[in-house]
Write a protein that binds this ligand. Structure first.
Ligand code: PEP
Ligand code: MG
Length: 840
């Protein structure tokens, strides 16, 4: 038996371990050893070895001796709560240290009044392999005095039992300080009762769940995803015990956020503060439902990317130094963002530049710096305060801008650390099915179509920047999965049907096989649809139907053309302005519109005038708060009470070259008078600009009254475009953003189809074309019905275009009309979908 001599790591008084004020140490739960009441604020190495773990807060470390004994040195009781204040580690994890080498300096005098006790402990953490042979207690000791001997007794842990039985769980850790000594000991003790192996994985590191040291060595923090795998007979029962222990906090209180004492400024999108949730377990298939953002199928394993809380230094090193650091980091981010001039990221980068340069944010951050804070801390706090404000707004789209604020917070903090960006989805393995609380736009940098299998977000909305970018790349995306998303373990096998908005967790083998063959079939079908998508869209009998794309950003036009878009049927111009703090000038608007027109290469570009107001406030456009914002100042009503804004936009659209490409579309039109007023403005501005060529002016049909009175309206319009999203919510009196009624909000409701038919009849009386640019235009099963009702242009999400073209090619106009007739007569949307063979 080999014996290891340990020398006193502290100068003070040696005590029996039972004298430790911490009952977990005193009870020997962490291991056998002794306590020492230190008189000097220094911890030195009791033996030579490797620093196996060093707690982030600097209050404890473990040395693995050359013989393999793991010696845990813990300074004081509950000192983890000091969050590192007063501790100065002098060594790093993995470093080899000599006996007597100084390991940690600590400010004994400053700490004493703040904690329960400064009595410190030295214990053998791998007690199953090493035991205490002798120990000296109840006397003063100096550094280097021989104090304890440890003897090897064999290695018995971590061996996998000869059984194929295994069980596991994953969940976000809700312990404020992560697995520090006490919770790690509780866990390891429970794990030791199991005969087989227990593996704990977090942050990409796997540890023997029976070893306190190994568990501490993972360095877990609040919010980290902990995966526990148990092998051998009784694995299920052990998993249940361990799960209950972890959910109960392992002796520490369950926290609803990272430890405040540690000055943790939660960065960017933080992990949920909800009560702990039980993760789904293999063996039973479960379906989690969210909102479809981009349709598509995928199967594979979950890669969780919840955003960790991070430690940021709170105190600065001097006001002028921190101010200069912040300025330099902002400049670095601005330079990088201005290099992004192409593709869908360009517009997001432009919006982020605005935020980085926002004077109110800079002012708030500088005020904190002046109060002694670090640049990281100050900038992060300023951004998160703004993000929280935005997230609290009633309008979903504005709330989604909160993600941009968090994103920019992370970018500048990364720059302060000398890095260019937070690591992105492009760095993940190909085919990953990414599950996140919310994907931030900057994480999509460099992402190429097909790299990521699917994006699943617990939060977020279908109009968030990330969802728009995902749509541009054709990545199946589900948003708003809600708290159930937290129960989906990292690595869990799932089937994603983003069209239906469902994630099937732990599907059966049969379900998986069926999904894989659907995916293969889908991929083949999509490839051939895409190969044919450049041809103009015609029905089987040659009837022409134009298929356009909905766009919201510079860069998307080129992608849409590649998908077969024959033009843009809806440019949501408010997407270009939402992140602004001041109204864009005519020239700025022209530059954006012209860039998109150029991408479309002469194809039509229908620009919708600003569709904001009421529930969609713009920071530079203060409007009164309303009781029923959806029924208040929205769409063109805002343009009519702020004509200077509308006229600026009209002039910018009128200047897009070549003339004839750009057309003007007016949102939320309720009356003929509104269209006449806009027409008058358009004509006045056209003459003022000296433009001779006319410009087409159309109305969106989104209000039921406009559909019913379409004949009169068509007289003063060049075209109609039906916004089925709003038309459906107003016709059915169901808020399109309210999850409680989401199941009923279906544009294929016969009542909505009847309104579309009325709009087509009214337009037809004056020879006007009717388009659909709402969500129904991206639904292949709705396409033939819409055409049968008289629609001749569909404006869809770019990725949906090849499928829409292919779907229409299978019908003649007579078949479409017959289908539409039956649909209008149907009892409900479900019956209509049954007619088309599609599910909702
Ligand atoms: C609609 O309402 O269908 C539409 C296209 O407009 P938005 O979704 O932008 O309100
Ligand atoms: Mg609308």
């Amino acid at each position: 038996m080999s014996v290891l001599q340990l020398f006193s790591p502290f100068a003070g008084r040696a005590l029996p371990l039972t004298a430790s004020p911490d009952p977990v140490f005193a009870g020997g739960l962490i291991g056998d050893g002794l306590a020492i009441d230190p008189e000097v604020g220094e911890l030195r190495a009791p033996c030579a070895g490797i620093v196996a773990s060093l707690q982030a807060s600097g209050h404890a470390l473990t040395i693995r001796s050359d013989t393999g004994a793991e010696i845990l040195l813990h300074i004081g009781v509950d000192t983890v709560n000091l969050g590192g204040a007063g501790f100065t580690p002098l060594v790093r994890e993995g470093q080899h240290v000599a006996t007597g080498e100084r390991l940690i300096d600590f400010d004994l005098a400053a700490m004493r009044p703040k904690v329960a006790s400064m009595v410190s402990m030295m214990v053998v953490a791998n007690g199953e392999a090493f035991g205490v042979a002798s120990v000296v207690t109840d006397r003063p000791v100096g550094f280097g005095d021989p104090i304890m001997t440890v003897a090897a007794v064999g290695d018995t842990v971590g061996t996998s039992a000869n059984s194929s039985e295994a069980a596991e769980f994953s969940l976000p850790l809700k312990i404020a300080h992560g697995l520090h000594a006490r919770p790690a000991a509780q866990f390891a003790n429970a794990a030791k009762a199991h005969a087989g192996a227990v593996h704990v994985t977090a942050n990409g590191k796997t540890a023997n769940g029976k070893s306190v040291v190994a568990l501490m060595g993972i360095g877990t923090r609040f919010g980290d995803i902990l995966n526990v795998r148990v092998e051998g007979p009784g694995a299920d029962a052990t998993v249940d015990t361990l799960l209950d222990l972890v959910l109960s906090g392992l002796g520490d209180p369950i926290a609803d956020g990272p430890a405040p004492e540690a000055d943790v400024a939660a960065l960017a999108a933080r992990t949920s503060g909800d009560a702990p949730v039980k993760p789904f377990r293999p063996g039973t298939a479960v379906a989690v439902r969210g909102r479809s953002a981009v349709a598509g199928l995928a199967a594979g394993r979950i890669v969780r990317r919840y955003h960790d809380a991070r430690n940021l230094p709170r105190d600065g090193t001097g006001i002028s130094i921190e101010r200069d650091r912040l300025a330099a980091a902002r400049a670095r981010v601005l330079t990088r963002l201005s290099e992004e001039t192409e593709g869908p990221r360009a517009a997001v980068a432009a919006a982020h530049r605005e935020i980085v340069d926002d004077p109110a944010l800079v002012e708030a951050a500088e005020a904190d710096i002046a109060a002694g804070r670090s640049a990281e801390w100050a900038w992060n706090a300023a951004c998160l305060a703004q993000a929280d404000m935005l997230a609290g707004l009633a309008d979903a789209r504005m709330a989604e801008r909160a993600a941009d604020m968090r994103d920019v917070a992370g970018q500048v903090v990364a720059a302060l650390a000398g890095r260019d960006a937070v690591s992105g989805l492009a760095d993940l393995p190909a085919g990953s099915l990414v599950l996140s609380d919310e994907i931030l736009p900057s994480e999509t940098t460099g992402l190429t179509p097909g790299h990521i299998g699917a994006i699943l977000m617990r939060d977020g909305g279908p109009t968030s920047h990330a969802a728009i970018i995902a749509a541009g790349l054709g990545i199946p995306t589900i948003v708003a999965l809600g708290p159930e998303a937290d129960r989906i373990p990292d690595g869990a096998e799932v089937i994603v049907d983003a069209g239906l908005g469902t994630v099937t967790v732990y599907p059966t083998e049969a379900e998986l096989a069926a999904a894989r063959s659907r995916i293969a079939g889908d991929a083949g079908r999509k490839a051939s649809q895409r190969a044919n998508a450049q041809a103009e869209c015609r029905l089987a009998d040659g009837t022409r139907v134009e298929v356009f794309a909905n766009l919201g950003r510079v860069g998307e036009g080129a992608l849409a053309v590649a998908e077969g878009a024959e033009g843009c049927g809806l440019l949501r111009s408010e997407f270009l302005f939402l992140d602004r703090t001041s109204a864009p000038s005519e020239d700025e608007q022209l530059a954006q519109y012209q860039a998109i027109a150029d991408e479309l290469g002469g194809r039509p570009l229908i620009i919708r005038t600003l569709d904001v107001g009421g529930d969609k406030p713009l920071s530079y456009l203060p409007l009164p708060k309303e009781e029923n914002p959806f029924l208040g100042l929205r769409g063109i009503r805002v343009g009519l009470i702020r004509p200077e804004l509308l006229r600026t936009q009209l002039r910018a659209i009128l200047r897009v070259k070549p003339y004839g490409v750009a057309r003007i579309m007016v949102p939320m039109v309720a009356s003929v008078t509104e269209m006449i007023t806009v027409r008058t403005m358009v004509e006045e501005e056209r003459l003022r600009l000296g433009r001779v060529e006319p410009i087409q002016l159309g109305a969106m049909i989104e209000i039921p009254a406009a559909a019913v009175a379409a004949r009169q309206l068509a007289e003063v319009c060049d075209f109609f475009s039906i916004g089925t999203n709003d038309l459906t919510q107003y016709a059915l009196a169901m808020d399109r953003g309210n999850p409680a009624v989401a199941a009923g909000v279906d544009a294929l409701h016969p009542g909505v189809l009847g309104l579309i038919r009325l709009a087509c009849e009214g337009a037809g009386a004056h020879g006007r074309v009717v388009a659909v640019c709402g969500g129904a235009a991206s639904d292949p099963s709705a396409a033939p019905i819409l055409v049968g009702l008289g629609v001749r242009e569909l404006s869809a999400a770019p990725a949906a275009i090849p499928e829409i073209k292919a779907a229409l090619a299978a019908f003649t106009v007579n078949q479409c009309q017959a289908l539409a007739e039956r649909a209008v007569q149907a009892q409900g949307a479900e019956e209509v979908r049954a007619l088309t063979g599609a599910s909702a």
